[in-house]
Design a protein around this ligand. Structure first.
Ligand code: RFL
Ligand code: PHB
Length: 393
């Protein structure tokens, strides 16, 4: 068996794992990343699109912001559509100048992968059967298979950045973890197309036929979503049916401005909220989707992964530089305080914008009242805007 040693071993080369590796590298802490998939596969996954102000600032500070600044689209607002009315939430005005950045997760993951390759830090792609041993001891170990051989990495800490289906969380004894979950009775059908967006800002629509979202990746590439039953079959949604549904749900103004074209990606994602507590067990830390999932309605998932690894990198750096373990001991509690606020916001925005059964129900009327309140109240709009641009890191 080939043996190796590092300071922090990271499982998962998604945005959480790669950013953690980069922040630790900047502070002179050694890492090895183990990733189950190939680099090409990881970089092709179409997911998040909206970065909070705090995420953008952190990427800038870590010298990762150059391409995002050139190609990303800063947005100072978005529209809510309901009952034939489009109402702009002026993020910048309501939050004292804060904005979000529309920059695809695929692009960010490429930037992070390039930075890691340039730093010469090791990432083992296509690592099979990764397993965690001795996380509750002072000498944790990771084992994996690569190129037909068994390997072992001894380390000081393990960061499980391996997403919601990874092995990190499952390596913690069930009796040590509390989990909280809400499953929503629908999914999002997403479509990516090489056509200009129908609006220069995002539109979130609550329509009697269900939720729709108009988003984008660039001035030439659109990303749209519609609420659909979670067991829907993609074969039942040819492109024409999706475009027709989007036009209805987003309303006549968006429909008139919509350019349609062939989809280059189409997928259905289920919606759920999930939190595992605590986010640390001995020398094993959970970060990003490995610890928590939010429905995409508030655009928070990737941003939470970023705020987790910011705290985790600081905790590890303090440990190595000055032997202080306060950051490590306080990691879980500090993360969870922010995580639960984003979980609450994502749940709230999901409740507000989706069709839950009958449009003539008590709940639907309350939903209508809340949207109408939001459209008319600066205080309500400000609470939405403050959460959307991101609570303090
Ligand atoms: P990831 O990106 O899932 O990366 C985990 C990595 O771990 C690897 N892995 C393993 N490696 C080794 N051994 C194992 N046993 C392993 N098991 C797994 C995986 O291959 C993978 O490479 O988690 P990470 O880094 O925590 O990042 C989280 C984000 O990806 C996620 O929160 C966002 O994509 C969520 N999300 C959004 N977030 C936002 O902030 N803004 C958005 O606008 C937004 N939109 C979205 C979204 C997620 C969506 N889907 C598909 C769920 C829109 C959608 C449709
Ligand atoms: C996206 O562009 O993929 C996107 C934007 C906003 C969201 C979710 C996803 O709330």
């Amino acid at each position: 068996m080939a043996r190796q040693r590092t300071q922090v071993a990271i499982v998962g080369a998604g945005p959480a794992g790669l950013l953690l590796g980069h922040l630790l590298h900047l502070a002179g802490v050694e890492t090895v990343i183990l990733e189950r998939q190939s680099r090409a596969y990881v970089e092709a996954r179409i997911r998040a699109g909206v970065l909070e102000q705090g995420t953008v600032d952190l990427l800038d500070e870590a010298n990762l912001g150059a391409r995002m600044r050139r190609e990303g689209l800063p947005h100072g607002g978005f529209d809510l559509a309901y009952d034939g009315v489009r109402h702009r939430i002026d993020l910048a005005e309501l939050t004292g100048g804060k904005r979000v950045m529309v920059y695809g997760q695929t692009e960010l993951t490429k930037d992070l992968g390039d930075a890691r390759a340039a730093a010469g830090s090791p990432t083992i792609y296509e690592a099979a059967d990764v397993s965690i041993h001795g996380a509750d001891s002072d000498a944790p170990i990771l084992r994996y298979r690569s190129g037909g051989a068994e390997h072992e990495i001894a380390c000081d800490f393990i960061a499980a950045c391996d997403g919601s289906h990874g092995i990190g969380r499952r390596s913690i004894p069930a009796a040590e973890l509390k989990t909280f979950e809400r499953v929503y009775p629908f999914g999002w059908l997403g479509i990516l197309a090489e056509v200009p967006p129908c609006s220069h800002e995002l539109i979130y629509a609550r329509h009697e036929r269900g939720f729709a979202l108009a988003s984008m990746r660039s001035p030439a590439r659109s990303r749209y979503y519609i609420q659909c039953p979670v067991d829907e079959r993609l074969e039942d949604w040819p492109d024409e049916r999706i475009w027709a549904e989007l036009k209805l749900r987003l309303g006549p103004e968006a429909a008139a401005a919509m350019t349609i074209g062939p989809s280059i990606e189409k997928s259905i994602a289920p919606l759920r909220s999930f939190v595992a507590e605590p986010m640390r067990w001995g020398r094993l830390f959970l970060a990003g989707d490995a610890a928590h999932i939010v429905p995409p309605t508030g655009a928070k998932g990737l941003n939470l992964a970023v705020s987790d690894v910011r705290l985790l990198s600081r905790a590890c750096v303090a440990f190595y530089k000055s032997g202080q373990s306060a950051g490590i001991d306080g990691y879980s509690q500090a993360c969870l305080a922010r995580v639960w606020k984003a979980v609450r916001f994502s749940w709230w925005m999901t409740q507000l914008m989706h069709k839950f059964g009958d449009n003539e129900s008590f709940e639907a009327r309350v939903q209508g009242a809340e949207l109408s309140y939001l459209f008319g109240s600066r205080a309500a709009s400000q609470a939405l805007a403050e959460n959307y641009v991101g609570l303090p890191f």
